[in-house]
Write a protein that binds this ligand. Structure first.
Ligand SMILES: Nc1ncnc2c1ncn2[C@@H]1O[C@H](COP(=O)(O)OP(=O)(O)OP(=O)(O)O)[C@@H](O)[C@H]1O
Length: 260
């Protein structure tokens, strides 16, 4: 645990989930300090994505609690967690393929009164102003992730790495305080990897705390002062990446299941 005089921005305590009798996440506790980047590594099937699903509310907890900035979100719906400031990206991004890149970012805005017919009828100018403000913010975010030149293209044309960058822009559109990033390096070519690492560091530099699941150890080493190793649903080890990856028990769980 890093020393901090601040209360954690995200605090998960005793989080547990079973599927069909198998404990996939087993009594996990995590404190994420404000403005920290905390890495989560572990072998395939360790329960990392399920942990994110529990934090984001996509899957209900069996046991445990989740607090964001002191607010109990343990049973909150996913939309309420997004509104409270918890953003997430997915291992395999699925943008709306026929919408443009810009429209994909705009759909992630949280202030869309235009979606309500009543608002559109009684306050059309307000709805239009809101649309314009959202488009302007979305363009700034596309600039931030170096996708401005593609704003009018359908999202289906984007490469794997560009989809990851689009996801970063989408998650920022909702103005999060904490972002859960699920394997942002997966399927990304080396040319874009540097840009993605740089953008995550910049996001964190804005004071947004990041929980980062990743198999790419270069990304972990460059971004995370602290990592948690998950194995069989539990926290096996915690510390600086350089120390943790030298530990025999950590090496063992990674080698488990690999062909001899
Ligand atoms: N909805 C579900 N129903 C049943 N089993 C599930 C469900 N979701 C995940 N699992 C199982 O939970 C275990 C952990 O999966 P999870 O995807 O959380 O692991 P992971 O650490 O993210 O793995 P990877 O690094 O491969 O993404 C796996 O055995 C998986 O098959």
């Amino acid at each position: 645990m890093i020393e901090t005089d601040q209360a954690p921005i995200l605090s998960a305590c005793g989080v547990t989930k079973s599927f069909g009798g198998l404990r996939v996440v087993d009594d996990m506790s995590i404190d994420l300090a404000a403005a920290e980047i905390l890495g989560i590594i572990g072998p395939n099937g360790a329960g990392k994505s399920t942990l994110f699903n529990l934090l984001a509310g996509a899957v209900p907890l069996d046991q445990g609690t989740i607090f964001l900035a002191g607010r109990d979100l343990s049973r909150a719906r996913p939309e309420a967690r997004i509104k409270a400031g918890l953003g997430r990206t997915f291992q395999i991004p699925r943008p709306f393929p026929r919408m443009t890149v810009l429209e994909n970012v705009m759909t992630a805005a949280q202030n869309q009164h235009g979606e309500s017919l009543v608002s559109a009828l009684i306050a059309p100018r307000r709805v239009m102003r809101e649309e314009q403000a959202n488009a302007s913010r979305a363009r700034d975010l596309l600039d931030f992730v170096s996708l401005s030149h593609l704003e009018d293209q359908p999202a289906s044309v984007l490469s794997g790495g560009q989809r990851k960058l689009l996801e970063l822009a989408r998650v920022l559109m909702a103005e999060p305080r904490v972002i859960l990033l699920d394997e942002p390096a997966a399927g990304v070519n080396p040319a874009l990897l540097d840009l993605i690492i740089d953008r995550i560091a910049a996001i964190n530099g804005l004071g947004i705390a990041v929980l980062l699941i990743e198999h790419n150890m270069e990304m972990i080493a460059r971004l995370c002062p602290r990592v948690i190793v998950m194995a069989a649903g539990k926290s096996l080890a915690e510390g600086a990446p350089a120390d943790i990856t030298r530990r025999a028990d950590v090496i063992d769980v990674y080698l488990e299941g690999m062909p001899a």
